[in-house]
Every structure is written in structure tokens, then in C-alpha cells.
Write a protein that binds this ligand. Structure first.
Ligand code: 9MR
Length: 556
């Protein structure tokens, strides 16, 4: 059958839980009528249903009809057959259906590690030598001070590459590490035994903590030990070409310290101090170092409450000019709030309580690297450090708004309820909505929230207007050409696995011709499309949370 028929039947290509909901959506005008679920060899029809009414999407001219086969509970491998359209990709119904994605998404970070060789035993065909060592990084003119003048050589090794490029950014690391650590805090029994096949899998720390630690240790090196301030990023002056990790020997710089980077480090270091306190034997002294780093960062921020990272302004004053990712955030009240929440939760000190109280009524929204208010809410609600019904109320209000809108969308997902969802990195919007919905579920145990979270995971794994599974190496029809330098330069046909593509983005800032301009279709599986097909640490993190959280809840 032509691929087109398969792509018209949009469903979670990784499959379904036996007792869970099972929805597929067929796109394009159809008269309606029956649909069938057949065994993969097509010998038996195991389910017959009727397509739902035609629904128009708000985000493109796509129309859909729903095929609901939730009543099929028998484990197996199946295809969906729709007369007049064709047959879907084969998919399983099985226990632990989201486990492969859960493991792959977490393992995705291993492949982003910058300064260690990826060995064949762990990396398979994606093995490679170590990338950028970052043992001799220069202090950029924008970061120079009397103690560390321009050109001072620092060591800042380790950490993940941010995305498809080879730079390392503290702001983006903040939300990414938080989200992995939050997954651990929220689903501890699940992660205590989850192994992803990394070099540390045989040690006594859960793999998710080993992975988060790989980046956290790097973040700590970005802090000036003298004053507690944190450099905004470690970067080339300009992006590398399509080269292998570490192949270029261009100078690397740490640039100006910023309040956002410093508060982000304060937040995750405080969070880590809490978590690693339970692992004193496995990671001696770590909790204590993290706690001290967090407090020092906070104190620097107190003295520099709004030092923003403005790359254009910086380039007018300093050389060489820096043209890599900015993560410039010109509103840091939410970073203040989040850092205060983490520090208060960990230390119980009054100053942090006062700082968070001052900002507790700021608006909340689904998090991204520049909007972190809700991360503080998650922490306060998880730990009960501040007992305030209003926190729970506003989180639930946000979640209810989503759940109520869901039934009217063409793919019955929270994602796409608003055209505004389709930004650069829209797939992370879907994943972060899922994380919020799981938080709502954990607070209420109302199934509608967990089900809506699973709907969004279905979206990411194929139940969307493009028909793509957006996680490399998962599903049947997944992203193959991410904007990811290692994947492009390694000579291996399949891309590095477990990475979430950015997703539909009608902004199309890369000026690539996508073939579609409508919000939910503005996606191009082409390495040139950095605005729709890059990968990034802050996009994978909520995917890890969502897959792991759903798997964990299935087992409860
Ligand atoms: O994820 C970032 C997105 O929110 C911004 O709109 C975009 C443009 O500034 O940058 C994205 O982040 C990129 C970063 O700047 C550099 N590394 C790759 C990131 C993902 O595209």
C-alpha cells in the first residue's frame, strides 16, 4: 500500500495499553462507515467499529474522523483497516506500551554527552569518540573582570550538547535537569529500577540521576567560585558546520554572567541537594556542594537582580561577536520565584520563603526555558513545603481549561487546542502540557487528567496531522532527518535514537520550504529545518517525564 494510506491513519505508532483508550484518526473527507481492526497478518478481524462524525481542525484544513477501538483488550499486533482509505501501520496492544519510548527518551541524553567517548557497548552504531573536551575555555571579553580578565583559561568539561549544535547553555540546562529530577521525585519507584544501558547502569544510582548528574556537574563548573555568578553559556563564537562532535578546534568561550543562568543553577542545585542527600554513599559530598552552590548563586543574584543576556547589545561592545543561541530572557521574576521555591524547600530558611511569597501570584503558564513559574508550583505541591490551596487551584484551573477544550479538537488532544501551541519546539509544548496534566492527576486522582496526558503522548507518537512519530527510532514512520549534527555527520542511516523533533512551527524561521504553512502541518523532516526539526535537551525532558510518568502510573 502507498505510504499515503498509512499516513492518513494517525495513531500512536508505539501502541496501546490493553485496558487503556485506543483512538485513531483518519484524515481527509470520507463518507463515514465501518472500520476494522485486523491481526497483523490480516487473517482475523478482531474488532469492528463505526467511524465518528467529521471534525474540522482549527489549525489547518485537515478534517478527521475518529476510530475508537478501546474495547479491544486482547494483547497482540494489529492493523486498522478503513475501507476506501487502506490499512494503517502495524501497532501493538500490550502491557508497558510506553516503556520503549520511556527508555529511549532518557537514553537520548547519553548520546548528547559532550566530552566522553560513546562506546559501542552502549551506543551501538552511534558510537563515537569524545567530542569537545572544554578543558581550556576562554573568558570572553563580555565576561571579563579583574580576577578573570579576557582570555583567562578555564576548564568547564562535560555536560550535554544543547541540541543540534555543539554549544552548552545554562538556561536551557536548568529546566532540562529540573524536569529529569522531577520525574525522579514524582515516580521514584519506577526510576529506582529503570535501566537504560549507560556506562553507569551498574552503579548504585538510578540511571535517571546518573544522566541528570552528567549535566549538573557541568553546570556547577559554570559558576565562578569566587562570587557565585554563573556564565550564561559556553559556546563557539559561531555555530559549527555539519561536522562530527569535537571535530572543530575553534575557540570556546564562556560569556557574560546572567541573572537567569544564575537563578536557574540556584534552583536545580537546591533541588539536587535534596535528592542526592539520600545518596551520600554513592555520591559523597555532592548534596553539600550543591547546597553551597545554590546559596552562592542566590547571593550573586541578590546583588545583580536583573542582569539580562542581550546578545545584540553585547556584540556592540565586545569581540569576537557571538552568534549562537541566545536563550535571552528579559523577564526573570519567574526565575526568582522558582529558585526561591527550590531553596526554601531544601533549606526551610525564611529569606527564601519571603522571596517566593512576594511572587506567588504571578501568572502561571505551561513551562518552557523562559517561563519557569510553574516549576516552582510543581515543587511546592509535590513537597507540601508551602501549604496553600490557591496553588493547587491555579494549577487545576490551567489543566481544566485544557481538558475542557480537548473534545473539540480534530485529534482530541490538548495539543492544538490553541493555534498558539505551534511555536518553535511545539512538541515540547505538547509534552509540557502532558506533564502539567500528570501533576493535576497526582493532585486529584481524577482519571480525565491522566487520560488527557496520554492523548498528548499519542500526539507525539503519531496521532497528529502530519502522521509522523516525532521521536527518532520509535514508531513506524518517525523523524529520520533531524537537524542534529552528529546524526547528519556519522554516516549511519538511522538518526541517533530517542530524540524528540521540535515539531510543527509555522514561524518557519529557517526559510526552508516545508510544503505546508498551516500551523499543525508546518513540519519538514529535513536536516536543514532547524525551526521544525531540530532536537533539544529541553524538549526531550518533558517527553521523558510524560512517558515515564504514564508507565509508572500504569503499574500502580
Ligand atoms: O528553543 C529555542 C526557541 O524557543 C527559540 O525561539 C529559538 C530562537 O531563539 O531558539 C531555540 O533554541 C535553540 C538555541 O537557541 C540554540 N540551540 C538550538 C535550540 C533549539 O533550536
Amino acid at each position: 500500500l502507498p505510504a499515503a494510506a498509512q499516513e492518513r491513519i494517525a495513531l500512536n505508532q508505539d501502541g496501546f495499553y490493553p485496558a487503556g483508550p485506543k483512538l485513531a484518526f483518519v484524515t481527509g473527507h470520507l463518507p463515514g462507515g465501518p472500520f476494522y481492526v485486523l491481526t497483523e497478518n490480516r487473517a482475523d478481524t478482531v474488532f469492528k467499529g463505526t467511524l465518528g462524525p467529521e471534525t474540522a481542525s482549527r489549525n489547518s484544513s485537515t478534517v478527521t474522523r475518529r476510530a475508537d477501538f478501546s474495547a479491544l483488550r486482547q494483547a497482540g499486533r494489529y492493523v486498522l483497516s478503513i475501507p476506501g482509505v487502506g490499512v494503517s501501520y502495524a501497532f501493538p496492544v500490550r502491557a508497558h506500551a510506553m516503556e520503549p519510548a520511556s527508555i529511549a527518551a532518557l537514553k537520548g541524553y547519553y548520546y548528547l554527552r559532550s566530552n566522553m567517548p560513546l562506546e559501542v557497548a552502549y551506543a551501538g552504531p552511534w558510537q563515537r569518540p569524545a567530542g569537545h573536551p572544554d578543558t581550556a575555555v576562554l573568558v570572553h571579553a563580555s565576561a571579563a573582570d579583574a580576577r578573570r580578565p579576557e582570555g583567562t583559561v578555564l576548564a568547564s568539561p562535560g555536560g550535554w550538547y544543547d541540541a543540534g549544535d555543539y554549544n552548552k547553555y545554562v538556561v536551557n540546562s536548568g529546566i532540562s535537569v529540573y524536569t529529569l529530577l522531577a520525574a525522579y521525585e514524582d515516580f521514584k519507584p519506577y526510576y529506582d529500577t529503570l535501566r537504560t544501558g549507560i556506562p553507569e547502569s551498574s552503579n548504585h544510582l538510578p540511571d535517571i540521576l546518573d544522566e541528570a548528574l552528567y549535566n549538573l556537574r557541568w553546570m556547577l563548573t559554570m559558576q565562578d567560585p569566587q562570587d557565585g555568578g554563573v556564565y550564561h553559556k559556553l559556546t563557539n563564537a559561531a555555530f559549527d558546520g555539519w561536522v562530527k562532535p569535537g571535530a572543530t578546534t575553534l575557540p570556546r568561550y564562556v560569556v557574560q554572567k546572567s541573572t537567569a543562568a544564575t537563578l536557574d543553577l540556584a534552583a536545580v542545585a537546591a533541588q539536587a541537594a535534596r535528592i542526592f542527600g539520600a545518596f551520600e554513599k554513592e555520591a559523597p559530598g555532592l548534596a553539600d556542594s550543591c547546597r553551597r552552590a545554590a546559596i552562592a548563586a542566590w547571593n550573586w543574584a541578590q546583588a545583580h537582580p536583573a542582569v539580562l543576556y542581550d546578545q545584540d547589545a553585547l556584540n556592540k561592545r565586545f569581540a569576537p561577536p557571538i552568534s549562537t543561541g541566545t536563550y535571552g530572557d528579559n523577564h526573570v521574576e519567574d526565575e526568582w520565584f522558582w529558585a526561591a521555591c527550590e531553596l526554601y524547600t531544601t533549606t526551610k530558611e525564611k529569606v527564601y520563603r519571603q522571596a517566593l511569597e512576594k511572587r506567588i501570584s504571578l501568572p502561571v503558564s505551561v513551562p518552557d526555558w523562559g517561563h519557569v513559574q510553574l516549576l516552582g508550583y510543581y515543587t511546592l505541591l509535590r513537597t507540601g513545603a508551602v501549604g496553600r490551596p490557591a496553588l493547587k487551584d491555579s494549577l487545576l484551573r490551567l489543566a481544566d481549561g485544557y481538558v475542557n477544550a480537548l473534545q473539540h479538537t480534530a485529534f482530541a488532544t490538548v495539543m492544538g487546542g490553541s493555534t498558539k501551541d505551534f511555536v518553535w519546539g511545539s512538541n515540547a509544548v505538547a509534552a509540557n502540557q502532558g506533564m502539567l496534566l500528570l501533576a493535576a492527576y497526582r493532585l486529584t486522582h481524577a482519571p480525565r487528567y491522566a487520560l488527557a496526558a496520554l492523548d498528548n503522548l499519542d500526539y507525539l507518537l503519531g496521532r497528529n496531522a502530519t502522521g509522523y512519530c516525532f521521536v527518532t527510532g520509535q514508531g513506524s514512520f518517525a523523524t529520520m532527518h533531524p537537524h542534529h549534527r552528529p546524526s547528519v555527520s556519522d554516516g549511519v542511516v538511522p538518526p541517533v535514537p530517542g530524540l524528540l523533533a521540535g515539531g510543527p512551527n509555522p514561524g518557519m524561521q529557517d526559510h526552508v520550504h516545508y510544503g505546508h504553512t498551516a500551523p499543525e502541518l508546518a513540519y519538514m523532516d529535513d536536516a536543514a529545518s532547524y525551526a521544525s526539526n531540530e532536537i533539544a535537551i529541553n524538549w526531550n525532558a518533558p517527553l521523558v517525564y510524560l512517558c515515564g510518568g504514564i508507565e509508572a502510573l500504569q503499574r500502580d
